[in-house]
Design a protein around this ligand. Structure first.
Ligand code: HSE
Length: 430
């Protein structure tokens, strides 16, 4: 029998324990598929005495994860601690510097330091793998790096945060408020430890920055991602979206424009008859559009012990089989600096909702501000007829430049009958 691939696991939370369990439960199948076993020999976590429901009596325990990454006699270090800095970063850097392959699920770290880490791995002659970092159990990194490697990708987009999708889906299905539904999502264990990472779009931005790099062969450029979360999406907007034939989804979108690469995370209205509109609850989905293949859709669980362990295992199986693929599709010195295509260069259709005092002339003032900025209106919805009652007015535009839309919205906001900041949601042509 060939020698086992020896693995050290740093971090024994849900995913760490799930990974140990998967490797044990599937030992025979993995050995058959790799021609050699994969064995966890070393582990490190904060609290040695905690009962994790998994037998750790046969593995070496390390109190210091960084020392383990340096000293353990293993082929691979799996980093499942999390966080862009601190111990997780030190473990990753130490592992590659010590000549060990690195598998990580750490999207925050890759979004910040992915390029430097890939360079360090390349210099040390080891592999950096991170299937679990983006869209959990969906093998989308593998799909882009390998399955679609013969294509120029012009757009990649998706539902990259299960918590937001759960919140938006549940709000639509039940009519409940945002805060109430968020608490439930957190209780279900999908949310990040800092919930603002989920609902303010940060987690999706981390994942998008990584996807962009793999899809376009550019260096990870997190700071070039335009990020808006879902805090301002109201039950009213969800209801209007339904009437207009859309669903509201938090999408991460990266696409080639005539300027460069546009990267954005924000709530979108997506047509009901598109595959992405049908992705509900905590499920994630990624759509990659290649020049030869056309549009490909990948859908599945984006978080949780089993799906994430499945992704970690696939990286380990690749290593055991001897596969060595560049971290971001091409060697580091061939990765291009990303030229950002800013939101000011964006154009699209828009949904604009105003809350106004229902008196004559208010609607005309809104329409005229749009007209003066050369924004063409496609349709209008207005509710309520009672003078002095506050009513919503919705205007849907034809494709227009974002800058013109923002200018018009600022003018509309100044009107005395407009009593709340107007809400803008981009309508995505998919
Ligand atoms: N908090 C993430 C989500 C899961 O809600 O999708 C892990 O990336």
């Amino acid at each position: 029998m060939s020698e086992a691939l020896k693995v050290a696991v740093a971090g024994l939370g849900t995913v760490g324990v799930g990974t140990v369990e998967l490797l044990r439960a599937q030992a025979a199948l993995i050995e058959a598929r790799c021609g050699r076993p994969i064995v966890v020999t070393d582990v490190s976590a904060r609290d040695r005495d905690r009962d994790r429901g998994v037998d750790l009596s046969t593995v070496r325990w390390h109190d210091d994860a960084v020392a383990m990454a340096r000293d353990a006699e293993v082929d691979v270090v799996v980093e499942l601690i999390g966080g862009a800095e601190g111990t997780a970063k030190a473990v990753c850097e130490t592992a590659v510097r010590s000549g060990k392959h690195l598998v990580t699920a750490n999207k925050a770290l890759l979004a910040r330091h992915g390029f430097a880490l890939a360079q360090a791995a390349e210099t040390a002659g080891v592999t950096l793998s991170y299937e679990a970092a983006v869209a959990g159990g969906i093998p989308v990194i593998k799909a882009l790096r390998e399955g679609l490697a013969g294509n120029v990708v012009n757009r990649v987009y998706g539902i990259l945060n299960g918590t937001c999708n759960y919140v938006l889906t549940t709000m639509r299905e039940t009519g409940r408020d945002f805060d109430d539904v968020l608490l439930e999502a957190q209780a279900l264990g999908y949310a990040e430890s800092d919930p603002s990472f989920d609902i303010d779009g940060v987690d999706a931005a981390h994942k998008l920055a990584i996807l962009t790099s793999v899809a376009f062969g550019t260096r990870v450029a997190l700071d070039a991602v335009h990020v808006e979360g879902i805090r301002h999406v109201s039950a009213l907007d969800i209801q209007f979206a339904r009437e207009l034939g859309y669903r509201i989804k938090l999408l991460g979108i990266a696409r080639r424009t005539h300027v460069g690469i546009e990267q954005r995370v924000h709530p979108c209205m997506v047509p009901l008859d598109t595959p992405i509109a049908q992705v509900e609850g905590v499920t994630n989905a990624v759509v990659a559009e290649g020049d030869f293949v056309g549009s490909t859709v990948f859908e599945g669980p984006g978080a949780g012990a089993g799906p994430t362990a499945s992704a970690v295992a696939s990286d380990l199986i690749d290593l055991a089989r001897g596969a060595r693929i560049p971290a971001f599709s091409v060697a580091c010195d061939a990765l291009q600096e990303l030229t950002p295509s800013p939101m000011s260069a964006h154009s699209g259709a828009y949904y604009l909702r105003l809350m106004v005092i229902d008196r004559p002339g208010v609607f005309a003032a809104g329409a005229s501000a749009l007209g003066e900025e050369h924004v063409s209106i496609e349709s209008v919805l207005q509710r309520g007829r009672d003078p002095d009652e506050v009513v919503p007015v919705v205007m849907v535009t034809h494709e227009t430049e974002e800058q013109a839309m923002i200018r018009a919205m600022e003018r509309i906001a100044e009107h005395p009958a407009v009593i709340e900041p107007p809400r803008l949601i981009r309508i995505e042509a998919l």
